[in-house]
Write a protein that binds this ligand. Structure first.
Ligand SMILES: *[C@@H]1O[C@H](CO)[C@@H](O)[C@H](O)[C@H]1NC(C)=O
Ligand SMILES: *[C@@H]1O[C@H](CO)[C@@H](O)[C@H](O)[C@H]1NC(C)=O
Ligand SMILES: *[C@@H]1O[C@H](CO)[C@@H](O)[C@H](O)[C@H]1NC(C)=O
Ligand SMILES: *[C@@H]1O[C@H](CO)[C@@H](O)[C@H](O)[C@H]1NC(C)=O
Ligand SMILES: *[C@@H]1O[C@H](CO)[C@@H](O)[C@H](O)[C@H]1NC(C)=O
Ligand SMILES: *[C@@H]1O[C@H](CO)[C@@H](O)[C@H](O)[C@H]1NC(C)=O
Length: 496
């Protein structure tokens, strides 16, 4: 049998030698060929390309790898080509570099494939991180000796973020909600309202939507009771022209809280309601009208009952909102933190769940202008029970479109205030008695950035994981301070 196959193969292929293939393995040092001079060296590559692919090797981690493909030049130098070496340097936070060498299993006998197309090979390897610039260089072996420049080719490849159709399978992206398909539709109902529909995710039940056309012209949020792939509709009042504006949908999932992946869509005109049907055509409908009416009334009654119950549950579950604040906290945050998403959310959390009165810079612009920022900060520090540095260590929490653009957005003036506060309070951090007053709050794993390393002595909290411990601490200092003198203050909230 095998003999028959063999002879068949011999018949078919005749004297044709097998086509070259590649065998690749790591080679991080110099190639052995480099040490000895070669009279003839192969030319450089014709083309080099990189694309991310989803590896089927490590399915559970959805490893994303580079598919590097290269085309050989169709010239006589191909006959001395033995191997191609590819090196990848990731220009991430830290520089990392590694190389593979792909040996051709056979010497090339022809300049092109028998079909006449150029030789193209590809290697899949090198894990791809999110949003990273990679420098990929390749050269043919044997290369020129030490004194000469070898012909080589390089390309840059910037890996996309979590919304890319391949990158979305990275574990981090899945955790941040990359596989959620909200299918947002947004339309302008009239001059004053926009209707936004989207599909909720099972990862979370809180969503916020912003309408903006350079500046925020409307926003709304929703908290659902049961979070499963249901279609939700938000009717958002707007203060400006909404046709053509953007809507940004921000989910708050358990896994990523404030740093979840945000989605965008464009506001279009709502489809016009159908023209009313003339009266004579309606007669035939009459027998259907009555049951419909009954069903409608029934639905209405159920709806009213549910809304009433919802209100009641809401009131029961947040009794703290009605109590007077116990502690007073000054919150400072660097300018790259998005005001609307992160600072407002955090402020509301402090007010509603930790019974704290919050001081943030955007609410006291006038006072700051009067006193000057240094005086203001010093006074607020003195008046507060705690000073909180709100930090974010994830790029996706940083400002984008909706807080970055508008000149008078509250995010802008804090640009000067945060470094000032940091430097001003730094001297306190050297004394144990004084640094007790400071706290650092993250929404993700705490790793204090080098720029703010002085804060590493402060107690750190990781919201929402340590929300209870964090609130308890605020309530404790609040109770100590309020023995006696705390007067009711107005409860400012984060409206736009
Ligand atoms: C490729 O060839 C070189 C030199 O002959 C050898 O050292 C290396 O192990 C080979 N690599 C692979 C993956 O076969
Ligand atoms: C890599 O790219 C080459 C050339 O485009 C293609 O033929 C090959 O199938 C790709 N490999 C994978 C694993 O996607
Ligand atoms: C690749 O990126 C590096 C570093 O930013 C840059 O110096 C180089 O010019 C880029 N090369 C190409 C081909 O774009
Ligand atoms: C949004 O949903 C509502 C209710 O389900 C529906 O009446 C409306 O047509 C939808 N709007 C858009 C823009 O899809
Ligand atoms: C949500 O939907 C999934 C799949 O449709 C189902 O397995 C799960 O039980 C549902 N969860 C809730 C809370 O309804
Ligand atoms: C946004 O809407 C406002 C108010 O209607 C309008 O004045 C402004 O020109 C719009 N901006 C853009 C960028 O369309």
């Amino acid at each position: 049998m095998s003999l028959a196959l063999l002879s068949l193969a011999t018949l078919c292929w005749g004297a044709v030698t097998p086509e070259p293939m590649i065998q690749c393995g790591p080679e991080n040092g110099p190639s052995p060929e480099w040490m000895v001079p070669h009279p003839l060296i192969p030319g450089e590559l014709k083309d080099l390309q990189v694309e991310p692919v989803r590896s089927n090797v490590a399915m559970e981690d959805y490893l994303i790898l580079m598919n590097i493909s290269w085309t050989l030049r169709a010239d006589a130098s191909i006959f001395v080509l033995k191997a191609t070496k590819i090196c990848v340097t990731g220009l991430n936070n830290f520089r990392s570099s590694s190389c593979v060498r792909c040996n051709y299993t056979e010497a090339f006998q022809t300049q092109t494939r028998s079909s006449g197309v150029r030789w193209v090979f590809s290697y899949t390897g090198f894990p791809v991180e999110l949003n990273t610039l990679y420098y990929i260089g390749a050269h043919n072996i044997p290369s020129a000796d030490t004194n000469e420049d070898s012909p080589s080719m390089s390309v840059n490849f910037t890996s996309p973020g979590c919304l890319d159709h391949i990158m979305k399978y990275k574990r981090k992206c899945i955790r941040d909600g990359s596989l959620w398909d909200p299918s947002i539709t947004a339309c302008k109902k009239n001059e004053k309202t926009v209707e936004v529909n989207f599909t909720t995710s099972s990862l979370g039940s809180r969503y916020m939507a912003f309408i903006y056309n350079g500046t925020v012209i409307g926003h709304s949020s929703v908290e659902l009771h049961q979070s499963n792939l249901t279609r939700t509709s938000l009717v958002i009042p707007v203060t400006g022209e909404s046709q053509g504006a953007m809507v940004q949908l921000i989910p708050y999932f358990h896994t990523c809280q404030n740093d979840c992946i945000r989605r965008k869509a464009t506001v279009v005109l709502c489809p016009q309601p159908p023209v009313p049907v003339p009266l004579e055509n309606r007669k035939g409908w009459l027998p259907f009208l009555l049951p419909c009416l009954l069903v409608a009334i029934w639905v209405l009654v159920i709806g009213i009952y549910l809304a009433w119950r919802h209100e009641r549950i809401k009131k029961m579950s947040f009794p703290a909102t009605t109590l007077l604040p116990l502690s007073k906290v000054l919150v400072v945050y660097p300018p790259e933190i998005c005001f609307h998403h992160t600072v407002c959310y955090f402020t509301a959390f402090l007010q509603n769940h930790c019974r704290s009165e919050v001081i943030i810079e955007p609410w006291q612009k006038k006072k700051i202008a009067e006193l000057g920022p240094v005086q203001w900060l010093t006074a607020q520090k003195k008046a507060s029970d705690k000073v909180i540095f709100l930090l974010s260590n994830d790029a996706s929490a940083e400002c984008d479109g909706i807080c970055g653009k508008s000149k008078d957005s509250p995010g802008d003036s804090s640009q000067d205030l945060f470094p000032l506060a940091f430097n001003l309070f730094c001297s306190d951090l050297r004394s144990q008695a004084l640094w007790q007053k400071y706290m650092v709050v993250y929404f993700r794993e705490a790793d204090t950035k080098d720029d703010y390393s002085a804060l590493s002595v402060c107690p750190k909290y990781h919201l929402m994981k340590e929300a209870t411990a964090f609130c308890t601490e605020l309530l404790r200092v609040g109770q100590q301070a309020s023995k006696g003198k705390r007067r009711p203050t107005c409860h400012k909230s984060c409206s736009l």
